[in-house]
Design a binder for this molecule. Structure first.
Ligand SMILES: Cc1cc2nc3c(=O)[nH]c(=O)nc-3n(C[C@H](O)[C@H](O)[C@H](O)COP(=O)(O)OP(=O)(O)OC[C@H]3O[C@@H](n4cnc5c(N)ncnc54)[C@H](O)[C@@H]3O)c2cc1C
Length: 451
């Protein structure tokens, strides 16, 4: 058995046989079912990851990589016979360069730990997602995570200056540069960002930090309809150029459920179909209020609340962050994460809700999204597992019809593998396979993920 030789590499206390793997390593956020793994190994550094992979490569042992297991595409969920390689021991914030605004972290570092360390050093790690307390920097790099601040600071790709990764045969690729500019041939780190662990295991990263915001204004806005939400976005961007840091749209099915699960009172006197959570980092504390008053005047906004305190700010975000609890409470869930041209999203939601009601009766969608990024999330509670292929066909066909993508930020994993062709051409898929075969000829790293 592969694990027999691994104790010498990582220490016996960090190697587990198939029956000794704790259940939490066999579960994920989507409720997927794991196969019986070959075991689990928890290396402490890049050298140990390299040695483990070299042994696996030699015998063709498939490996599944795990960070914080918050992924929404089942990529980290073990399949039968795979060796789980967990990065959880490589969790340190290794260094912060307070002059240059750089941070070096281990791949297993939890996002919130990295965010707090940056803040203590007077900087800011400008990515944020609801899973911040559990997801890891390595997992976020592997999935090119997005989140609520993409509008201003970009996706995970935009935070990574350098990284270290281990190829399937154990080769260490140290691309730990800290420069924004480095045009010396292929930018190798990009192979590992967003490739979901299929081209190499990320073990360490150099991240770019940003200055903390000078100001912060947060508002909950009830908008007239979907086109009004798009108009309001454009108005806020023009009123505060480059300072809008979040624009989260919540449909009533999401917002009502968020009120129920958080126990927070509905914040407006009347009920509304669409509520925007907008946040700006303007130095002018009145700029957001002024833009909202103008929008109220022309009927774009029906009602709005501007946070007057940190407590209000936390309360507003509590609604949006309730998604983890909402999905966690769903018995059979499909966490759709699609993108579409921003103008098409309102019609797409109406179309999908109507079709799901008829063709997947009893299913319950909750809709929300990072609308400024053209990113719609539709967490769908299914009435039964049998509805999954029906719902997938409805959603992905509709997304393709409007020129969208079947994955905006969660990745493909195993959950969306069958639908990759809806968003990628045969030539693109062939190129991906060529790259994968070159870097992992035996196909041992996260096999059957993506394609
Ligand atoms: C409540 C909640 C909110 C979320 N919100 C967002 C959001 O707003 N935006 C967003 O993009 N995602 C979001 N997600 C999804 C998830 O948090 C991200 O995909 C995150 O990046 C996964 O990190 P992780 O450490 O948990 O990775 P895991 O789930 O452990 O792994 C994810 C994938 O990456 C691979 N992988 C993990 N670590 C490495 C590594 N070091 N090297 C190579 N491959 C690796 C795994 O094999 C797997 O394929 C959310 C999830 C939850 C539960």
């Amino acid at each position: 058995m592969i694990i027999d030789g691994l104790a010498a590499v990582v220490g016996a206390e960090h190697v587990f046989g198939p029956d000794a793997v704790e259940p939490r390593y066999l579960e994920d956020e989507t409720g997927g079912e794991a196969g019986r793994p070959a075991g689990m190994v928890r290396p402490a550094d890049a050298g140990q990851v390299s040695a483990v992979l070299a042994r696996c490569h030699a015998v063709g042992q498939p490996v599944v990589v795990q960070g914080g297991r918050t992924g929404m595409a089942r990529g980290g969920l073990p399949r039968a016979g795979e060796l789980i390689l967990s990065l959880e021991r490589m969790a340190a914030v290794e260094a912060i360069d307070g002059d240059a605004g750089l941070m070096t972290v281990g791949a297993g570092c939890i996002l919130e730990v990295a965010q707090n360390a940056a803040a203590e050093a007077g900087w800011r790690l400008a990515v944020d997602i609801g899973a911040r307390g559990s997801c890891t920097i390595g997992g976020m790099i592997a999935t090119n995570a997005g989140g609520t601040q993409v509008l201003r600071y970009g996706m995970m790709r935009d935070q990574v200056l350098g990284l270290e990764a281990i190829l399937a045969d154990g080769t260490v690729i140290s691309s730990l540069g800290s420069m924004l500019k480095n045009n010396t041939g292929y930018d190798l780190k990009q192979f590992f960002i967003g490739s979901e662990g299929t081209l190499g295991i990320v073990t360490r990263a150099v991240l770019r930090l940003r200055p903390p915001a000078i100001g912060r204004q947060t508002a909950l806005c009830a908008v007239a309809d979907y086109p009004a939400a798009v108009r309001l976005l454009a108005r806020l961007e023009r009123a505060m150029p480059g300072q809008l840091s979040a624009y989260e749209l919540m449909w009533s099915d999401f917002f009502d459920a968020a009120c129920a699960v958080t126990g927070q009172a509905y914040p407006f006197a009347d009920t509304h179909e669409l509520i925007v959570l907008a946040e700006t980092e303007s130095a002018d504390p009145d700029a957001l209020t002024a833009a909202l008053e103008e929008s109220f005047g022309d009927g774009t906004v029906h009602d709005a609340l501007v946070a007057q305190s940190d407590r209000d700010h936390q309360r507003f975000w509590r609604f949006r962050d309730a998604i983890g609890e909402l999905v966690g409470a769903m018995a059979v869930v499909e966490p759709f994460d699609v993108s579409a041209p921003i103008g098409a999203i309102g019609g797409l939601v109406a179309d999908l809700r109507g079709r799901l009601r008829v063709e997947a009766p009893g299913s319950r969608p909750i809709c929300f999204g990072h609308i400024a990024d053209g990113n719609l999330h539709l967490a769908l509670e299914l009435a039964s597992e049998a509805q999954r292929p029906i719902a997938e066909a409805i959603v992905y066909d509709a997304v393709r019809a409007v020129g969208g993508s079947v994955s905006a930020e969660h990745g493909i994993g195993t959950l969306k593998r069958a639908w990759l062709g809806h968003s990628r051409s045969p030539a693109e898929m062939a190129m991906m396979r060529t790259i994968r075969a070159a870097l992992d000829p035996k196909g041992i790293l996260n096999p059957d993920r993506i394609f």
